[in-house]
Design a protein around this ligand. Structure first.
Ligand code: BYC
Length: 330
């Protein structure tokens, strides 16, 4: 099976015959769906690729708190506020599981944080857009968490044990997040004309950026072929994007909202929707740091780091004192 995949990707990935014995044994474990654990032997490329993907994923969870956190103080009711607060706290938890999973591969959380604060680390493009109205909170839960689930459910089966286990809990929580977002959209779509307009406007602004979350088209994806051979990724970017469109369009119809794509059309032959061209120039500009909120997001994380210095120092002082007491007692 692996050899066939290699032929079809044609991206210079070694076949089993070309591998050194260690590497071949490793690939055979992956092909047999045996999990790789942190202390197992692994190729350096596998370790690096995992650190790259998991740390980007962790940063996305942490930066992802900012657009929604923006509305906690302005949620329209006490219930909505409590729900949003819980959701945003969950995202912090997801970031922490993921940083821990990456740490098992030999990178420290401080190193990852440093890279984020220096603007060197990537995080999901979606979090560089502003949340202008309360309907954006609905659209994020529905579309952004919906896209996240589509991407992360398969990663529960990925080859690296700590990452796959972290994804199990994350996906359970993401389901609640998606439902809370859709619930907000249902209320607004069934509300006054003004509320319905607000819901439509949020869908108009979040639809295309949500499709970009799945990454560049397969033909331009740098990592897909190797990541799929190593089961770090279980599907290609375009496969998941298509599944997301097919799942989400009927949900928009149920809300009575229009997906902002004139080329959207059911295709019987492929048993899925055809959809319009994504503005990849916009996506790559965001990756370069030129999105509407890139500077604001990194600025907010830098400020949180500086403001939290006294707290980190306090924790360290306490830990050192405890350690000294332990040594004295021995
Ligand atoms: N944004 O070779 P490719 C969440 C980069 S959190 C920015 O296809 P890969 C949530 C890519 O990193 C959502 N960059 O990459 C949180 C690579 O650059 P480098 C995050 C992107 O890794 C709070 C280059 O483009 N989810 O849902 O094979 C509240 C070439 O791409 C993006 C995850 O991280 C993007 N959208 O595939 C609510 C899931 N797309 O590294 C919700 C785990 C691509 O060479 N990650 N790039 O400099 C993945 O599944 C994969 O990493 C991706 C990209 C599908 C995202």
């Amino acid at each position: 099976m692996y050899a066939q995949e290699v032929k079809s990707t044609g991206k210079g990935i070694k076949s089993l015959d070309e591998m050194e014995p260690d590497e071949r044994a490793f690939q055979e474990k992956i092909d047999a769906n045996i999990k790789i654990e942190p202390k197992d032997w692994m190729p350096e490329g596998y370790r690096k690729n995992l650190i790259r993907q998991i740390s980007q994923h962790a940063h996305s969870e942490i930066v992802g708190q900012l657009p929604e956190g923006n509305w906690i103080t302005r949620a329209p009711s006490l219930d909505r506020k409590a729900i949003l607060l819980a959701k945003v706290q969950d995202e912090a938890g997801h970031g922490l599981y993921l940083y821990c999973a990456a740490e098992t591969l030999g990178v420290s959380r401080d190193q990852m944080t440093e890279q984020l604060l220096a603007g060197k680390a990537k995080y999901s493009s979606i979090f560089n857009y502003p949340t202008l109205t309360w309907a954006d909170i609905g659209a994020i839960g529905w579309l952004v968490d919906g896209a996240a689930i589509m991407n992360q459910v398969p990663i529960q089966r990925c080859s690296f044990g700590p990452y796959s286990r972290a994804m199990i809990r994350v996906c359970k929580e993401e389901s609640f997040h998606q439902r809370q977002g859709y619930d907000i959209m249902m209320k607004l779509a069934a509300g006054t004309d003004e509320q319905k307009e607000m819901a439509q406007d949020a869908l108009n602004r979040w639809w295309w950026p949500s499709l970009m979350m799945f990454g560049p088209p397969d033909a331009e994806s740098v990592h897909s072929a190797q990541s799929m051979a190593w089961k770090i990724k279980m599907n290609t970017n375009d496969e998941l994007r298509q599944k997301f469109v097919d799942q989400t369009v009927p949900q928009a119809e149920y809300l009575g909202l229009k997906v902002p794509d004139d080329d959207l059309k059911w295709n019987d032959e492929k048993d899925g929707y055809d959809f319009g061209e994504i503005d990849w120039a916009e996506f790559y500009e965001i990756l370069k740091g030129n999105g509407p909120c890139n500077k604001e997001r990194i600025g907010a994380r830098q400020k949180a780091w500086t403001d939290g210095e006294w707290f980190r120092e306090g924790l360290m002082a306490h830990a050192k004192k405890r350690e000294a007491r332990k040594v004295a007692a021995e």
